[in-house]
Design a protein around this ligand. Sequence first.
Ligand SMILES: NCC(=O)CCC(=O)O
Ligand SMILES: [Mg+2]
Length: 334
Amino acid sequence: MTQPFAPAAFPYARPRRLRSQPWVRRLVAETTLTPADLVWPLIVHDGADERVAVASMPGVFRLRPKAAAAAAVEARDLGIPAVALFPNVDGAIKDGVGTGATDPDGLVPECIKAIKDAAPEIGVMTDVALDCYTDHGHDGIVEDGRIVNDATLERLAEQAFIHAHAGADIVAPSDMMDGRVQAIREALEANGMSDVMILSYAAKYASAFYGPYRDAVGSAKALTGDKKTYQMDYANSDEALREVAMDISEGADAVMVKPGMLYLDIVRRVSETFRVPTFAYQVSGEYSMMRAAMANGWLDEERAILESLHAFKRAGCAGVLSYFAPQAARLLQG
Ligand SMILES: NCC(=O)CCC(=O)O
Ligand SMILES: [Mg+2]
């Protein structure tokens, strides 16, 4: 950045003056973090128990619909604007095309309704992708060992319609098929659901940091191979801008970068280039490595959580999906 004047030099310039007291630090802070910046991802399941701890994600539980509704009430009371649902379904209902993803009486529609009954003021975001429902763990339909793009689009559009029909406010495709935002937007328009928002996981990278999540939703064991033919290569940054441009032109209202902390350079480029609400996902691996260090006393829990989330705001995020959301909101309320 060029400045219209020569910056003052020491001793006249003393940047420490503006850091000398808590009040002045607050006064000159360039960005803020509030509970309104957070989205709480909820793992929901169709098992017997109301709440089941996820071993690889300390503090995270798989929830039955009633427990998910209670979590949504908690989120609302903490000032968190929205929750995002991710399903763990019984392996017995998984198949090659992810039939369970489009069951109108399935787990996710049930959870949406339970949440909307309990806390109608809170936004409900759903994950549009087949991986939680396929026996091979991929986000698309597989033919001859390839993830086929166009046949998958129809399934995703139907899944998004079913979520919207059950009351979802935001459908969030996380699959990385080409053209899925357009397919979903057309399905919503055709069914009189033009108010439903699309938050597209526009720049989702093939990442090792989803490991604990795949354990949480039960897709780790199922997954054959990797997702590198559809999720992005972490060597790339310009490609993220092309992906985001496409999704906006296809009808996305907001976009997401994922993972989060390791990809704040992408957040910065996307938010500056497009000026659309840009979200990022502090993913399970980022969460769990911090939890592990905190459990060992290597990181100060409260300070590390708030600093990690504030970094997303500084990078240009409108909001952050984080498993720390309720704890962070409590800390922010003081
Ligand atoms: N489609 C949702 C995810 O992949 C979540 C990833 C994570 O938390 O690791
Ligand atoms: Mg794309």
